[in-house]
Design a protein around this ligand. Structure first.
Ligand code: HEC
Length: 119
């Protein structure tokens, strides 16, 4: 075997390993790291807003997407929730959108907030 063929074979093996590992994390509804929040210490109204968020915003992608987004600008979130609401079949109406925004703005409040930001 030439060196080229050997490195090609190593490359193929490496991609086979990567592909084999993929299905383990491909399940749309599986809980993953960063995919949920312990809201037990949040104010009660934020806890109930979280439940709406968790239900509505996990339909098309995992919650990790909005949870891990490094967005602290409220305007940005208002635009996002609006955009997601307009996705076909989002099941999100104006009332839901307002509630969801309340959770997102709380969760992503700046770390410079008087209470130190995220718990
Ligand atoms: C009907 C399907 C659907 C629902 C419901 C939905 N999303 Fe999305 N979301 C998408 C799609 C499609 C994309 C990728 C395309 C895009 O960015 O517009 C996306 C992307 C995102 C991103 C990442 C954008 C980026 O630039 O990485 C965030 C953040 C997000 N969604 C937040 C939310 C929030 C918050 C909710 C609940 C209010 C929500 N999504 C509900 C379909 C949906």
């Amino acid at each position: 075997m030439t060196t080229d063929a050997r490195s090609l074979r190593a490359l193929l093996l490496a991609s086979a390993v990567v592909l084999a590992a993929l299905p383990a994390c491909a399940g749309a509804n599986e809980a993953r790291h960063g995919d949920s929040v312990d809201v037990s210490k949040y104010p009660p109204e934020i806890q109930s807003a979280y439940r709406v968020f968790a239900r509505r915003c996990s339909r098309c992608h995992t919650l990790a997407r909005p949870l891990n987004a490094h967005i602290e600008d409220p305007q940005h979130w208002i635009r996002y929730v609006h955009r997601m609401r307009l996705q076909p079949g989002s099941g999100i109406d104006h009332t839901n959108a307002d509630v969801i925004l309340r959770f997102l703005l709380y969760y992503h409040r700046p770390k410079t907030a008087p209470d130190g930001g995220k718990p």
